[in-house]
Design a protein around this ligand. Structure first.
Ligand code: JFZ
Length: 479
């Protein structure tokens, strides 16, 4: 009996020790998991705390993507560049209200005419996917202040103010989920021509500005901007990050006069609601010492840098000359030009955000569709040379561009050689093989005296836009 008692005491102790040990172990496992899979967080002072590795994890899909679809769609698709028989002189159809100083009351009536019954979210998403695009950034609210989603913060939105009554963002969110694309929202945080306290509308709401001496109206500061932020802008960004599932990124634009602390509020709202969501750098930019607050930068619209760039950047570009749909804009870029833009941007280390402006009936014009399909044809054969690549290790090549991934260099030939020999820059590595990406046909090659690689290529290019040649080498790239 005594023995039994002693034994059971031991058992209890053993069990206790076991529980303690196991508990501690599982505790450390949990800690390790949060450290490993954990993401950045906002500290008590509202600073975003994140390791480089965590940022890399968050940026991974975007860096892999290289190519996204921009969509400018709103009430300006109804006017399409024309107001009372007059055509807009500035190029961007989405700027029509400010261009003609259309009073809010009149502009609001455009909602009666927005009834995109032909809108088919799946068709749009499939079009993007077939073009090789991995994410969609759509104007949830542009400078005119009209929300293209159901909003409790403002009745000036597509669900409450139109006969259409559907929420296209809900439908796009579902379609993006289905086809594996990231849905992202453009949101004009500073300019809102519908609101007296926001920036931009000086024709309806001339009061409430504080003019800085010697500056234009654009530089004026709205004294009650925080009211607009509290009543509309922040609640709407909250809605966008709450009602549509995981959002890839928020694309803020034209920060104008917002202060650093106001910009921080817009940033932190995203951090708080969806810590994985990315933010572009057009959230804040002031003065000479303009500071980048978002996760990645953008170049000026339609401006491809001339040299390789470090860091994450994106170029938003138009497919004709406008962002929003314009009936009179037929200045379409050729698909060859668009494909070369994509290559050129990738070779400089950036992402291409190519825009389309759907019509007010919900359809996408044939000229845009044709071009996206042509890009898709090229991507079907060559997308390996775009996705997940990093910028070229070389300066711009005379005859084309280069992208790189692991032990491969992708040479995109724009100007095919006439003598059957293509000279590519010297690398010190041993070359495993060189081949045409389109048909995997191996190419013979030789090294010239100065170390350059001379490839024997077929007489004709495979693709007029760009033929891709892969050069596989051994080890780490050594120039
Ligand atoms: C802005 C918007 O005003 C425009 O309507 C459109 O949405 C575009 C994508 O973004 O316009 C800009 C903003 C920044 C530059 C050019 C146009 N820029 O930095 O060159």
């Amino acid at each position: 009996m005594a023995l039994l008692k002693r034994m059971s005491k031991r058992v209890v102790l053993l069990v206790l020790a076991f529980i303690m040990a196991f508990g501690a172990a599982s505790c450390t496992t949990i800690m390790a998991i949060t450290k490993e899979q954990g993401q950045g967080y906002l500290d008590a002072d509202g600073n975003w705390i994140e390791t480089k590795q965590q940022k890399d994890t968050r940026m991974a899909w975007w860096r892999e993507a290289r190519f996204g679809m921009f969509i400018h769609w709103g009430l300006y698709a109804v006017t399409a560049g024309e107001w009372k028989g007059k055509w807009q002189k500035n190029k961007y159809s989405e700027w029509i209200q400010i261009h003609f100083k259309i009073p809010v009351e009149e502009y609001e009536k455009l909602a009666d005419k927005l009834n995109p019954v032909k809108f088919d979210a799946e068709e749009w998403v499939k079009l993007a996917k077939d073009a090789g695009m991995k994410y969609i950034v759509i104007t949830s609210k542009h400078h005119d202040g009209f929300a293209m989603f159901g909003s409790k913060a403002s009745r000036f939105n597509i669900v409450d103010a139109t006969d259409f009554g559907r929420d296209p963002m809900k439908e796009l969110a579902a379609a993006c989920q289905k086809y594996g694309l990231k849905l992202c929202f453009y949101y004009s945080q500073s300019q809102d021509w519908h609101e007296p306290d926001a920036i931009g509308n000086f024709w309806d709401f001339p009061d409430g500005f504080e003019k800085k001496p010697g500056t234009k109206w654009r530089k004026w500061v709205r004294t009650d901007f925080e009211k607009y932020m509290a009543r509309k802008a922040k609640p709407q960004v909250r809605e966008l990050l709450t009602n549509y599932g995981p959002i890839g990124l928020i694309w803020y634009d034209t920060p104008m006069t917002i202060t650093k602390s106001q910009a921080t509020e817009f940033v932190n709202l995203v951090r708080e609601l969806q810590p994985k969501c990315l933010i572009n750098s057009r959230i804040y930019a002031r003065g000479k010492d303009r500071e980048v607050m978002g996760d990645y930068g953008s170049t000026g619209d339609n401006r491809i840098p001339g040299t390789r760039r470090v860091g994450d950047w994106e170029m938003p570009g138009t497919i004709n000359d406008t962002w929003g749909y314009r009936r009179d804009d037929h200045n379409w870029k050729s698909s060859k030009k668009l494909i070369r833009n994509l290559i050129n941007i990738a070779s400089m280390g950036g992402n291409y955000l190519l825009n389309i402006g759907p019509k007010a009936d919900g359809t996408i014009g044939q000229s845009s569709v044709d071009r996206l399909r042509a890009i898709g044809e090229w991507m079907k054969v060559n997308d390996e040379s775009i996705y997940g690549t990093v910028n070229s290790p070389f300066d711009k090549l005379a005859w084309g561009r280069c992208t790189a991934k692991s032990n491969k260099l992708y040479f995109h030939v724009f100007d095919w050689p006439t003598d059957g020999k293509l000279e590519v820059p010297a690398i010190k590595n041993k070359i495993k093989k060189a081949y045409l990406l389109a048909n995997k046909k191996n190419l013979k090659f030789a090294k010239s005296d100065d170390g350059k690689i001379i490839l024997n290529v077929p007489e004709d290019a495979i693709d007029e836009a760009a033929t891709v040649i892969v050069v596989e080498f051994k080890g780490e790239l050594d120039l």
